[in-house]
Design a protein around this ligand. Structure first.
Ligand code: IMP
Ligand code: MG
Length: 184
């Protein structure tokens, strides 16, 4: 029988099992380990996790990285319910530190309209970041029409609303280890 879950008023069905997510993360981590092999203690990138959605992805990715890397997080949000509001709320943490001249690897859960990643890029450029690398677990290519380069995309999906593995529906579902899709 098909695996289903209910969050608030909606039902979701199993879409991407955890093993497939982990395999995709293994591949991204291998690529990054190759690409950042010249990273040193005195010259290394900063991984910037966008909260809350990317928290599981960032953790799974971080533990697979073998080069010197710092970890920071920042809060961003644009979704209410199952729709993007188009307006991105960004909160720069007080303790983010000096990012001037640094390489920042932005870790996102999912790129949908791209409003979030565009806002993030603008913010980081204002902070003097030298190089912005975008690393997202998921991409909805049918929706994404912005020209910010997505350097690492673990999985592409159709334009469907999903939950699990950090992604939420009105704050529920982030703790589910598989990804589920809205059952219509
Ligand atoms: P964008 O700004 O439209 O690219 O949306 C990006 C953000 O919206 C992501 O970081 C997610 O937090 C959220 N989001 C986009 N699509 C989904 C989805 O299918 N499920 C849950 N959250 C989503
Ligand atoms: Mg997000």
């Amino acid at each position: 029988m098909e695996k289903k879950i209910t969050l608030h008023d909606k039902t979701f069905k199993l879409y991407i099992p955890n093993e497939d997510i982990e395999k995709a993360i293994d591949e991204i981590a291998s690529k990054m380990n190759r690409d950042f092999s010249d990273s040193t203690d005195s010259h290394h990138p900063i991984m910037l996790c966008t909260l809350n959605g990317a928290v599981l992805y960032a953790a799974e990715l971080l533990k697979r990285l073998t080069f010197p890397v710092e970890f920071k997080a920042m809060k961003l949000s644009s979704y209410e319910g199952t729709q993007s509001t188009g307006k991105v709320k960004a909160e720069l943490p007080a303790g983010i530190g000096d990012l001037n001249g640094k390489t920042v690897i932005v870790v996102e859960d999912i790129v949908d309209t791209g409003n979030t990643i565009v806002a993030m890029k603008q913010l980081l450029e204002e902070m003097g970041v030298e190089r912005i690398v975008v690393c997202t677990l998921l991409l909805k290519p049918e929706v994404y029409k912005k020209d910010v380069k997505l350097d690492y995309v673990a999985m592409s999906i159709p334009n469907r609303f999903i939950v699990g593995f950090g992604l939420d529906y009105n704050e529920l579902g982030r703790n589910i280890k598989d990804i589920y899709v809205l059952d219509q």
